[in-house]
Write a protein that binds this ligand. Structure first.
Ligand SMILES: NC(=O)c1ccc[n+]([C@@H]2O[C@H](COP(=O)([O-])OP(=O)(O)OC[C@H]3O[C@@H](n4cnc5c(N)ncnc54)[C@H](OP(=O)(O)O)[C@@H]3O)[C@@H](O)[C@H]2O)c1
Length: 277
């Protein structure tokens, strides 16, 4: 099969299409679509272990990626997390999930990891009708779903993005009940200070700036707010039933994944990016 591998950490140029042996395992699929995620650019740069210390990091050469849709030998159309990386024409999925006929490959991939992330984050935030909810990176895959989930819960949504709408200049913003925090650094710090004292909730699930959110127990005590991680209680099957409308971004070929990484790192993307083998 073909796989996009990298032999050393570095820029997008380290990603190369190569011929490698097919993986062996129970649910082998012919991959029809591959989900691309921002976190994979971090691992490719060799920053994975530093930024996600619980993640052992890949042994090189490695195949990146955590989500595919594919067809089994019996003709089942399934999605899931591949055992040996996703950027390939074949994959072994250890816990395959059937994709409903009315859900496209692209939609399925937008709802798999980004979908479970958004739904878990929204649950953790316990949004109440009338809450003011700040969503960072709101044009992204997780962000667009969070906007929908917060609106459904009756919130007033403040969608922050570098691609229009509310940017990251929040000088005149009234305090908010909830922040969905995925940028960290200075942005995360300012978002934390925007939380309403005594009632605010911040859900932290990323640090796209490269700097994890830096708030102390004393900051949390001073403001009387909750800072929450992502609960691990949400399944893709549940997410599929919610009828969310993901934003579908660019579709790349296998040999164009390096360009997709460039776009992710340049912050020019919107919605879910996928590649087609
Ligand atoms: N995909 C997943 O399954 C998953 C799971 C758990 C956690 N996360 C985290 O959730 C966040 C959103 O994930 P996503 O998959 O939906 O990605 P994404 O939104 O498609 O891409 C990341 C976005 O972060 C924003 N950003 C702000 N500062 C940035 C910086 N210095 N460098 C790069 N990007 C910056 C950019 O949006 P603007 O230009 O609009 O600000 C960028 O488009 C990420 O932090 C990710 O690591 C994702």
């Amino acid at each position: 099969m073909k796989a996009v591998r990298f032999h050393e950490f570095g820029g997008p140029g380290v990603l190369r299409v190569e011929e490698v042996p097919d993986p062996v395992g129970e649910t082998l699929v012919d991959v029809t679509a591959i989900g691309l995620n921002y976190g994979e650019t971090v691992i490719r740069r060799g920053k994975g272990r530093e930024l996600f210390p619980w993640y052992p990091g890949p042994s090189l050469p490695a195949v990146l990626g955590s989500e595919v849709v594919g067809t089994t030998a019996e003709g089942r159309r399934v999605m899931g997390v591949p055992r040996d990386g996703a950027y390939a024409t074949k994959a072994v999925i250890e816990h395959p999930i059937d994709v409903p006929d009315d859900v496209s490959d692209h939609e399925a991939l937008a709802l798999l990891l980004q979908g479970t992330t958004a739904v878990a984050a929204a649950r953790a935030a316990r949004i109440r009708p009338g809450d003011r909810v700040l969503v960072e990176a709101a044009a992204g895959g997780v962000g667009t779903l969070l906007v929908q989930l917060a609106e459904r819960a009756g919130a007033t949504v403040l969608a922050a993005s570098s691609k229009g709408g509310l940017g990251y200049d929040w000088d005149d913003l009234e305090p908010v009940d909830v922040v969905f925090e995925s940028i960290g650094g200075e942005v995360g710090r300012r978002a934390f200070e925007l939380l309403k004292d005594g009632v605010g909730r911040m859900v932290v699930f990323g640090y796209a700036s490269g700097e994890p959110l830096d708030v102390t127990a004393s900051d949390i005590f001073r403001k009387g707010v909750a800072v929450l991680g992502l609960p691990r209680d949400t399944t893709p099957e549940e997410v599929l039933k919610l009828g969310l409308r993901p934003s579908l971004g660019e579709v790349y070929r296998l040999d164009e994944i390096a360009a997709a990484h460039e776009a992710l790192e340049a912050r020019t993307t919107r919605g879910k990016l996928i590649a087609r083998p």
